[in-house]
Design a binder for this molecule. Structure first.
Ligand code: F6P
Length: 347
């Protein structure tokens, strides 16, 4: 069989490990041929691809990014796009497609599967907001990267008795802020799921800043972790309002806004640090390489079982497959009970 594979949406640590898992299983276990479409669904629409084998996927699981490129191209937003994707797959003789992506890429995968192709999805996003899987690969690498940055910012914040606002990714789901905030021992964590109270934040920071004025040795770090999609009543977004092909705004702005606002309201010197794509391009940690490899191998098994419109998923430590619709039904938002429980003790 000829199996096609694509990576869509934002890049994510572990994508290459999935690609290696797919190519390895397909070639070694089933004698398949594999092609990787360039730049997500764009490569399917334009019939641009590369043959993948054991040779050119050797060693790639250690590397971040995606060797076949990615994009936020949405065939469903183009006239006849799904039909073109389907006929291109059939012209190329692709018997099955592995679509590695988040809700957008998998939403298109679902449409292409409904139109008649054999498609299996692999859940990917550093945001960890896909349902039906316990975790998405790449998430813990992003959390590690954000935690390392927070550790550095704590050192700088303590030295100067300054506030440093650390903006992390997370448009609608605050998983990275939540887990990196806890890992970084930060008591101020702002996530999109819970609008925050600016006045309350400022008064807590004022208290801690005052306590830190007496002794540099006993001073606490004044780091605030904020997800890019977090908001409070006073916040007006700073981005230009432009949308990508899936209708998502390009965020980033709250970190700088919040640092300015804290400084204006409290007089405490404040800075912002926006981690941005550093979280996406960080090398995959071992956990994500293992998970990604297992997901890639399983996707090929599901194909050979003849099951379409499926997504491979981590469930109770096992790699299983679920209906794509289960994953797409609703986003998996951050666990606000976990946040409350942590803040009850440490704020
Ligand atoms: O892939 C998800 C994500 O990392 C979000 O957390 C973030 O808002 C978005 O991608 C940024 O996308 P882009 O790289 O297209 O600006």
């Amino acid at each position: 069989m000829l199996i096609g594979v694509l990576t869509g949406g934002g890049d994510c640590p572990g994508l290459n490990a999935v690609i290696r898992g797919v190519a390895g299983r397909a070639v070694r276990a089933y004698g398949d041929e594999v092609i990787g479409f360039f730049d997500g669904w764009k490569g399917v629409l334009e019939k641009r691809f590369l043959a993948l084998d054991m040779g050119n996927t050797y060693g790639i699981s250690r590397e971040s990014g995606t060797m076949i490129g990615t994009s936020r191209t949405n065939p469903a937003a183009r006239e006849g796009g799904i039909g073109i994707a389907l006929s291109n797959l059939s012209e190329l003789g692709v018997g099955a497609l592995v679509a590695i992506g988040g809700d957008d890429t998998l939403g298109v995968a679902s449409k292409v599967a409904n139109a008649g192709a054999l498609v299996v999805g692999v859940p990917k996003t550093i945001d960890n907001d896909l349902a039906a899987t316990e975790v998405t690969f790449g998430f813990y690498s992003a959390v590690q990267s954000a935690t390392d940055a927070i550790d550095s910012l704590r050192n700088s914040s303590r030295s100067h008795n300054r506030v440093i606002v650390c903006e992390v990714m997370g448009r609608n789901a605050g998983w990275i802020a939540l887990e990196a905030g806890i890992a970084g021992a930060v008591p101020e964590i702002m996530i999109p799921e819970v609008p925050f109270d600016l006045a309350g934040l400022c008064s807590r920071l004022e208290k801690r800043h005052k306590a830190g004025e007496q002794s540099a040795i006993q001073r606490e770090a004044l780091v605030v972790v904020v997800a890019e999609g977090a908001s409070c009543a006073e916040y007006k977004r700073l981005d230009d309002g432009s949308l990508d092909e899936f209708g998502h705004p390009k965020l980033s702005g709250i970190g700088h806004w919040l640092a300015n606002e804290i400084e204006a309201r409290t007089g405490i010197e404040s800075r912002a640090s926006v981690l941005g794509h550093i979280q996406r391009g960080t090398p995959p940690i071992a956990y994500d390489r293992v998970l990604a490899t297992r997901l890639g191998m399983k996707a090929v098994d599901v194909i050979h079982d003849g099951r379409s419109h499926r997504m491979v998923a981590l469930r109770d430590g096992r790699i299983e497959d679920v209906d794509l619709a289960d994953a797409l039904a609703a986003p998996k938002l951050a666990d606000t009970a976990m946040l409350d429980d942590y803040l009850r003790t440490f704020r």
